[in-house]
Write a protein that binds this ligand. Structure first.
Ligand code: G3P
Ligand code: CA
Length: 292
């Protein structure tokens, strides 16, 4: 028999065998499911200013390889890593540019943003920390051997940001097979944005941030590999409904859920079989999973 046919038959037999396992053995099989990846939300954002280089250094130092970030664009077309559409919460923009309210990221040049202090608001210890460009951020991730869940934030404000993001990723060597296979996922709350990323570069794994109706999941499965809902909207049934669909790369859709900051919720979503847990408190989640 052809080797591929043998493999398909073996997989089918294994699936049928699970149906006939006694309860304790089913539980044992489930226990062998890999633990979810723990994703440091905006970097190790409880320990260092969110979305900065110190935040990803800290995540690496704590032993977490996955980090999440948010990407937006400056007035002169540079991609920067920052969560809010405006600069005042996480920088000293009000002091440096007092007449420029409402301080939108898209109204400031990269050179202007590079003058801002993005660390002092968090702690004087981080004074002088800058808003990183996406290029600086990718190079630091590479140095730290980290993995990235990259969020395209507010894409309606930044036409063409998908192609531009892919260009930076390509220039920084993140679109080769090794990175694509295990170190990069691109996500957005905008289905259009994720669809665009998939159309431009089908090899990139993509995720939709949200919880589409189960009846619509098959449409998302045409262009996303993961559905990433808030943990508050997730249930065992919904997780199973997601996994019942295969994504564009031929494997069941995955789930990275957010933002899980306590042990009980981490254990609950791990029990649903999620693939990743996005958290501001990665140590709490890691400990919870060890003791689950
Ligand atoms: O990755 C999920 C999470 O980041 C989505 O919410 O507002 O923190 O970007 P937000
Ligand atoms: Ca985010």
């Amino acid at each position: 028999m052809h080797a591929r046919a043998v493999a398909v038959l073996a997989t089918a037999l294994a699936a049928v065998a699970v149906l006939f396992l006694p309860g304790s053995e089913v539980r044992a099989a489930e226990a062998h499911r890999p633990q979810p990846a723990v994703v440091a939300h905006r970097g190790a954002s409880a320990h260092a200013p969110e979305n900065t280089l110190p935040a990803i250094d800290k995540a690496a130092a704590l032993g977490f390889s996955w980090v999440e970030n948010d990407v937006q664009r400056t007035k002169d077309g540079k991609l920067v890593v920052i969560h809010d559409a405006t600069l005042e919460r996480t920088t000293n923009v009000e002091q440096v540019f007092p007449g420029r309210a409402p301080w939108k990221v898209k109204d400031f040049t990269a050179a202007e943003i590079a003058r801002l202090d993005a660390g002092s608001w968090f702690s004087p210890k981080f004074a002088g920390t800058r808003v990183p460009t996406l290029d600086q951020y990718m190079r630091r991730l590479e140095r730290n051997h980290e993995k990235l869940l990259l969020e395209i934030k507010n894409p309606k404000l930044y036409p063409g940001i998908e192609a531009q993001t892919l260009k930076v990723l390509a220039n920084d060597g993140w679109l080769d097979h090794r990175h694509l296979a295990s170190r990069l996922i691109v996500q957005s709350f905008s289905a259009n944005s994720v669809r665009t990323v998939h159309a431009l570069k089908p090899a990139v794994r993509t995720a939709f941030l949200g919880r589409p109706d189960t009846a619509d999941l098959h449409r998302y499965a045409a262009f996303v590999d993961l559905i990433n809902p808030s943990y508050r909207t997730l249930s065992a049934d919904y997780a199973a409904a997601v996994r019942a669909h295969r994504g564009p790369h031929g494997v069941p859709l995955g789930i990275f859920t957010w933002t899980v900051n306590n042990a009980a919720s981490a254990r609950t979503v791990a029990g649903f079989g999620v693939d990743g847990i996005i958290t501001n408190k990665p140590e709490v989640v890691r400990r919870a999973l060890k003791t689950a």
